[in-house]
Design a protein around this ligand. Sequence first.
Ligand SMILES: Cc1ncc(COP(=O)(O)O)c(C=O)c1O
Length: 420
Amino acid sequence: MATAGTAPLTRRPDATLDVAAIRRDFPILGTRVDGKPLVYLDNAATSQKPLVVIEAVRKFLAEENANIHRGVHFLSERATLAFDAVRDEARDFLNAPAAHEVIFVRGTTEAINLVAQSYGRTTLRPGDEILLTTMEHHSNIVPWQLVAGQTGAVVRAIPITDAGEVDLDAYRKMLSPRTRIVGVVHISNALGTINPVAEMTRLAHEVGAVVLVDGAQAAPHMRVDVQALGCDFYACSGHKVFGPTGVGILWGRTALLDAMPPWQGGGDMIHTVSFSGSTYAALPAKFEAGTPAIAEVIGLGAALRYIRGIGFEAIGAWEHELLSRATELVRAVPGVRLIGTAREKAGVLSFTLEGVHPHDLGTILDADGVAIRAGHHCAQPVMERFGVHATARASFAFYNTLEEIDVLVRGLHRAREVFA
Ligand SMILES: Cc1ncc(COP(=O)(O)O)c(C=O)c1O
């Protein structure tokens, strides 16, 4: 069963991808590493960029560059129109009710810090509770610890099971009128788990808490529908959805965003300024102080159009196939322990190989041209939960192939021989 508000990760007969053609859209995938073809399996860290994104950024910088919202001249007006159009595309991408609820930020990290410092800091009282799943990325933990320190609120961790799923019974028991905020990652970058966000939100709302969803890993892989999810805030990063770095999206409900104070002051976010006091602009400008990442936002727009053009049904089906094959073959390598075996999983495979440190494994695979990630993946509480210091992580995107998984698996066998 798929999580409500997301495209199901099941194979559909009508969902086919021409992976060879898609790969031609990504020039970097033609890279050779010491003569071997690059096998890029580090997509959870950042994804590669299609030509349409590269070209959109180039064209903007070469032909259209100007600051937005302030000029009456030709270029500024054109840049403003292009920038504002991306807000509409982002609204559509998330199925948000209104474009003014889309705030452009630097990325997921900044989005969560914004909510913690604006919403959290002004509403939390001593003894209030912030519930976060044990599988959160550090960027959905530390901002809450900071605001807890400022307000006297308490951060509590919702346990996860041995399979890497949220323990829903424990979560239900932890919810109380003290719960003010629930933070949940839509897809875990360390485990691949797809969380039951709609259900968790419904339960949180029963006790009057607001829910922030970290969608950094979900936005590139499944159709996100914030209205179906029912959450209050949703955060994601441009560079993980095949767009540029330095740009991301915070979506929030109008009523909440309207009531929240600005978190950064400066140009563009004001209505009037005088030394006796300032008044603030309406949404979304209130939360977008200073010159934004204009070229990057334009690039993000191209990325959103590109992935929607491919379609999340086809993406989900192909990534499901990649994950199934990788899980089967990697699991069969002697000494492998999979970390994260949830029933609902996206294309992330975290594992350890007995006798081989994940960093050594990363180095051995690199010699084969295979890029994976080794470490704690900014999710140290997950590592602690599973009693490991680090894992090796292969993470997939729709441009990966079954042959690339075979190269990965051959590399794992080779690593075993090297360390035998
Ligand atoms: C689940 C999750 N949340 C948040 C982040 C932080 O994203 P960014 O560094 O783009 O702000 C990441 C990045 O890896 C992530 O995987």
